[in-house]
Design a protein around this ligand. Structure first.
Ligand SMILES: Cc1ncc(COP(=O)(O)O)c(C=O)c1O
Length: 380
């Protein structure tokens, strides 16, 4: 199909993406000169615009980390000491595990899942709503995989039993806190399944939960005390950590495997040391953010309850609150109403979410208070 036709079809479907021109100022963005409260970022702890924090970081930054490029892959000369400092720092809280830093969550999921899928007799069972980066990892090698209905463990167990005898490894792919529906996966139940079916390995993406759970911000699995049961635990640093990058937490055997076989790790210039130093700085300060985590949780429950009182269809267990609107046009209309009222909360449409579940995804953060959100209830 010609490109012109593809673009026209997207427009006809109210599904054409274009980039908004934005200027950022604290928790606000300016769009075409209009000041809007930004409810579309994943800056859950509101650290990205914390000036004091950034100044403190810069004042303690060592010269050896003042590099805006690593100028090479880590496999060659790009492996600055700060990478290992960060990996060692995180490792201290994960018994028997090693840490491997990647340039982004997308790089990590794509290349680690592709690497795992090259192993003989390995089957992937993926929650229907896992992030595109994991799906792309599965597609890269045209791997055999099946998807189970979102958070439906009966369906998952049915698939496990059906395929168990044919495979040596069954890797279950899920997110700790789902990016679009904002709900938790039942990690305890997944760990129980692993005990019943020893061929199972758990691959859990904590992109939206790292920073926000556990006193040291080490994620939802850690908060539940299940971190040692997860074979492949993924943190990303571009959301609550307000930095960039990601890491894989796994055994040394798999760390060595990914260093050798994860192509996005091998064939891409490593992130600048200054960025990695910022990630480490944030983790070292994590215990100070407990108030933020508690405020975020309270605020989210309050906002959700108010929307529910108004009988809206709401999804989300905590700070990702999705208002389900159905078709793309309706979601675009509501996004426009919100924008006129001073809020930046764009419509989320397929393929990011399933067809006919277009929505406004309110991404709440610790820098908000209830008064910031009350006008939304009047606008809807
Ligand atoms: C669940 C999940 N995993 C991975 C990623 C990719 O992470 P990154 O933005 O660091 O590439 C995202 C980003 O949106 C995500 O939501």
């Amino acid at each position: 199909m010609p490109v012109e036709k593809i673009l026209q079809d997207l427009k006809d479907d109210h599904n054409f993406r274009s980039l908004p021109h934005l200027k950022h100022e604290g928790k606000f963005v300016y769009k075409e000169g209009k000041k809007l409260l930004n409810l579309a970022s994943n800056d859950y702890l509101a650290l990205s615009y914390d000036k004091e924090l950034k100044e403190e970081f810069l004042s303690t930054l060592k010269d050896e980390n003042l590099f805006f490029s690593s100028s090479s892959s880590r496999s060659l000369s790009g492996n600055f000491e700060i990478y290992e400092e960060l990996e060692d720092y995180l490792k201290a809280d994960f018994k028997d595990k090693e840490i491997l830093h990647f340039n982004s969550g997308y790089h990590l999921n794509l290349s680690c899942i592709a690497a795992l899928s090259s192993l003989d007799k390995t089957l992937f069972l993926a929650d229907k709503f896992i992030h595109a980066s994991m799906i792309d990892g599965l597609r890269l090698n045209r791997t055999n995989f099946f998807r189970y209905k979102h958070n439906d463990l009966d369906h998952l167990e049915f698939l496990i039993r059906k395929h168990y005898e044919k495979y040596e490894n069954i890797v279950i792919l899920s997110e700790a806190l789902f990016s679009m529906d904002g709900d938790f996966s039942d990690l305890k139940a997944l760990v129980e399944l692993k005990k019943t079916y020893p061929k199972i390995k758990l691959y859990i993406d904590e992109a939206h939960s790292v920073g926000c759970f556990d006193k040291k911000g080490l994620g939802y699995a850690k908060f539940l005390g299940l971190e040692n049961e997860i074979d492949f635990l993924v943190f990303t640093f571009g959301k609550a950590i307000a930095s960039m990058g990601a890491c894989m937490i796994c055994t040394k055997k798999y760390k060595d495997f990914f260093i050798n076989k994860a192509r996005a790790f091998i064939y891409s210039t490593a992130l600048p040391p200054i960025n990695v130093a910022f990630t480490l700085f944030i983790f070292k300060n994590m215990t100070k953010f407990q108030n933020k985590r508690e405020n975020l949780y309270r605020l989210s429950q309050n906002f959700k309850n108010k929307l529910k009182e108004k009988k809206y269809q709401i999804l989300g267990d905590c700070y990702i609150v999705s208002l389900i609107l159905g078709d793309n046009k309706k979601a675009l209309e509501i996004a426009q109403i919100l924008e006129k009222g001073g809020f930046f909360a764009p419509a989320i449409k397929e393929p990011t979410v399933p067809k006919n579940t277009a929505r406004i995804r309110f991404s709440l953060h610790a820098g908000l208070d209830q008064n910031d959100l009350n006008p939304i209830l009047e606008l809807l």
